[in-house]
Write a protein that binds this ligand. Structure first.
Ligand code: GDG
Length: 739
């Protein structure tokens, strides 16, 4: 049975060694809670580092066995790997860059190499467990290369990736020397998820500018497959936090803490020690608040819980010193014999203590400079059973997109933070309740279980969508069936796209002149009286006439603007529909005026506004505007607006290759139809074909064609093979006719 494999840098347990004994401590993180219900089902498994360096083979074996019982599989990392992969590249290169602290980022080739090696190590661990139809869910920035490594080894697997930290703007991401490799790594996924739309937008923009892949509605079309990028704001286990806040034990602790503080009002802040969390700015704001509002002296205390984190990394050591110094200075300046403005704890506490702090706090002060989501603010909201309390939240946290009822602040604006503190500490209870209720409604609904199911549903949807657009390779068995159908048909129609299906693309279009072999193939194919051969192209008719005009074939040129039947010569429908161009050209020129780098291309049958040289965001913005504008006009006319790759094209509705091919289908008998094409324009041909037709796309990109071949050489080989049958058939057919 297909299973789910979860992969993250850390397992949801922490391995500890006490007096030679190996012990596992369960992690209380949001991810562990959210996925806890599914990773223990059936054969599902969670793969990751157990949080301790274990070197001896015997001990490793013991850890493997113990974890197996809990549906976990460890990846053992060495001391050096922890230093270079985890503390180094993950936390000194990616973390600062992704949180807009690129001035702290270290660019070190050795750290990168270890990052690659450890991602490969994770890949081996997953491959050892995975079957082709399994689903693999990879988590976070330590494993950005893993999706592609897995895709190489397990091409058919379903791979989801979720990034828990922000994805920075292209201008910041591009600073990384390994930016291309990192993006390529992520694109091995079928679904890439972020907390917010902004992260998703930044990622798509980097993919576009660095790798050159465009996107439409979150879909990135690689040459061989498509993947989806979407946002999934992560929630918390609401029932767990609101439930524990309601227990007697938590009420008892909250009361004790409260009694021990002389201040009437308590502000809480809880974070890992990290420069992204904005701790110094928060302290600066408190200091200014006490200076500006002396009436609060003795009346308000900030309980600041800072959880030790990454203390081996230099920047974190510096931050610790800075925070210690600031707390000392502010307390030294304002404390009196009974009261301290700040109660500072540098350690971690059990969940009950955390909950008691949430329960007793009048205000939660959450002020990150950047945060992917921030769960602490959601936990505070869930813990407020009586619906009082005020949340001050940085707009730089992903959570601010959902919690618009909080007092939103910019953590760089100290004055705004000071005024927000005043507002929060003096807010009437009724007003507090209105906001708190609204926030609770939101996070109750969008909880961690909702998040998991949204991601998994979307991943299944992507797979179904990919399959519906997938073509199967035209193998030997299908070829035999096709040959049989060809042989038994009394009339046959061939639609053969010239560029990409009969000949390879060249840098210069006029270099793609047909070879003698191709001319010979087309001659032989069209010399059978049962066959009608139509070569289809976007090229100009004069070009096609020059190259193929002497053959006994029909031709569709310029997407169907011109058609040539051997019997009647070239005909066009162009005159019917040229008068629209003047009006549309005026509109496109307006967009060229407003959009530096864009330009208009005029074709016989269409006008195209190109924006591939325009600054990325601007081009997309104008294109959306233009498409709306044109669609409004086109609704009363016979025009079609195509929102293409970096271009918006307007053409007469009746012009496309599909319409042109329909003409032959209606005019000529066809017991056998074969259509071969290669690009998006040829999809119109495939769509126009009868259900019984053999439709073949060159290349295995997504298509409505039934089959694909890899190269145009294969397509030509297939046609030659059919002709071998044809000559045998002509010999026997002759005998049949005379017989
Ligand atoms: C990353 C992203 C994103 C804290 N102290 C104690 C303790 N905690 C728990 C909190 C909360 C968690 O740790 C911290 O989560 P955050 O979301 O606030 O921050 P990160 O650790 O940086 O997490 C972040 C998250 O991933 C999820 O995608 O939201 O943006 O940076 O749950 O309660 N728990 C206990 N004792 C403590 O002392 N038991």
């Amino acid at each position: 049975m297909a299973k789910l494999i979860i992969v993250s840098n850390r397992l949801p347990v922490k391995l500890q060694e006490k007096e030679g004994e190996l012990l596992f401590k369960a992690s209380e993180g949001g991810l562990a809670t959210g996925l806890g219900s599914i990773y223990k089902e059936g054969d599902n498994v969670w793969i990751g580092w157990p949080g301790l360096v274990v070197e001896e083979a015997e001990k490793q074996q013991k850890v493997v066995e113990d974890l197996k019982k809990e549906s976990m599989q460890p990846v053992f990392l060495t001391e050096t790997e922890i230093k270079e992969f985890y503390e180094g590249f993950s936390n000194e290169t990616l973390w600062p860059t992704f949180h807009y602290f690129s001035q702290y980022a270290v660019y070190d080739q050795k750290l990168w190499e270890t990052y690659v090696e450890v991602n490969q190590k994770f890949c081996e661990a997953v491959v050892a467990q995975a079957e082709p139809d399994d689903t693999i869910w990879v988590h976070d920035y330590q494993l950005l290369l893993l999706p592609s490594l897995l895709r190489e080894k397990l091409p058919d697997c379903t791979i989801g990736f979720f990034q828990h930290i922000p994805f920075p703007s292209y201008e910041v991401f591009r600073l990384l020397p390994w930016r291309k490799e990192l993006l390529e790594g992520m694109l091995g996924s079928d679904l890439v998820g972020f907390h917010t739309y902004d992260d998703m937008r930044h990622f798509l923009s980097s993919v576009n500018r660095i790798l050159g892949y465009g996107s439409m509605h979150g879909w990135i079309n690689l040459n061989s497959r498509s993947l989806l990028v979407d946002s999934f704001p992560m929630g918390i286990d609401y029932d767990k936090y609101s439930g524990i806040a309601d227990t007697e034990e938590v009420a008892r602790r909250a009361q004790i803490y409260r009694n021990n503080l002389v201040a009437e009002k308590v502000i809480i802040s809880i974070d890992r020690l990290d420069y992204s969390k904005g701790i110094p700015k928060r302290l600066e704001a408190l200091e200014k608040f006490l200076e500006k509002y002396p009436e609060f002296h003795g009346k308000v205390t900030l309980v600041m819980l800072v959880v030790p984190s990454r203390d081996e990394v230099e920047k974190y050591k510096e931050l610790k010193e800075e925070v210690d110094e600031m707390v000392g200075r502010i307390n030294g300046k304002y404390s009196d014999i009974n009261w301290n403005p700040i109660q500072y704890f540098y350690r971690s506490y059990p969940l009950e203590t955390l909950s008691a702090l949430y329960v007793m706090a009048d205000v939660a002060l959450v002020t990150p400079m950047r945060d992917g989501m921030n769960l602490v603010c959601k936990e505070y909201v869930a813990s407020r059973k009586d619906q009082t309390g005020v949340l001050i939240l940085s707009e730089m946290a992903g959570a601010s997109k959902e919690l618009s009822d909080a007092i939103l602040i910019n953590p760089n604006d100290i004055n705004q933070m000071v005024e927000s503190l005043y507002k929060a500490l003096t807010m009437p209870v009724e007003e507090q309740k209105v906001h708190m209720k609204s926030m609770q409604d939101t996070i109750k609904r969008y909880n961690i279980h909702h998040w998991v199911s949204m991601f998994m549903d979307r991943l299944s949807y992507v797979k179904i969508k990919q399959l519906s657009m997938a073509t199967s390779y035209l193998d030997q068995a299908t070829f035999q069936e096709l040959t049989h159908s060809y042989e038994s048909a009394s009339s046959r129609l061939f639609f053969l796209e010239y560029d990409g299906a009969l000949v390879d693309y060249t840098n210069k279009p006029l270099m793609a002149r047909p070879s003698d072999d191709l001319i010979d193939l087309l001659q032989r194919l069209s010399s059978n009286p049962k066959n009608k051969v139509v070569v289809v192209s976007s090229r100009e008719k004069d070009n096609m006439e020059d190259w193929l005009g002497h053959l006994n074939i029909d031709i569709i040129a310029e997407h169907g603007v011109w058609i040539k039947q051997k019997s009647t010569g070239w005909q066009t429908v162009l005159s019917l529909m040229d008068d629209w161009k003047n009006d549309i050209r005026l509109i496109l020129e307006l967009y060229v005026d407003r959009t530096p780098g864009s330009f208009i291309e005029e074709k016989d049958y269409s006008l195209v506004w190109h924006y591939r040289k325009v600054e990325t965001g601007l081009g997309d913005l104008r294109a959306r505007e233009l498409v709306n504008h044109l669609n409004f006009l086109a609704s009363n006319s016979n025009l079609q607006v195509l929102d293409g790759q970096m271009a918006v094209e307007v053409k007469a509705q009746e012009i496309n290759k599909g319409k042109a091919t329909s003409y032959w289908l209606s005019k000529y008998p066809h017991k056998f139809v074969l259509a071969i094409g290669d690009d998006w324009g040829d999809e119109d041909i495939f769509k126009a074909m009868p259900r019984t037709a053999y439709t073949v796309k060159i290349g295995n990109g997504q298509s409505v064609a039934k089959y694909h071949l890899d190269t145009c050489q294969e397509a030509r080989w297939m046609l030659s093979k059919l002709l071998q049958h044809s000559s045998a058939e002509q010999a026997t057919g002759g005998a049949m006719m005379t017989g």
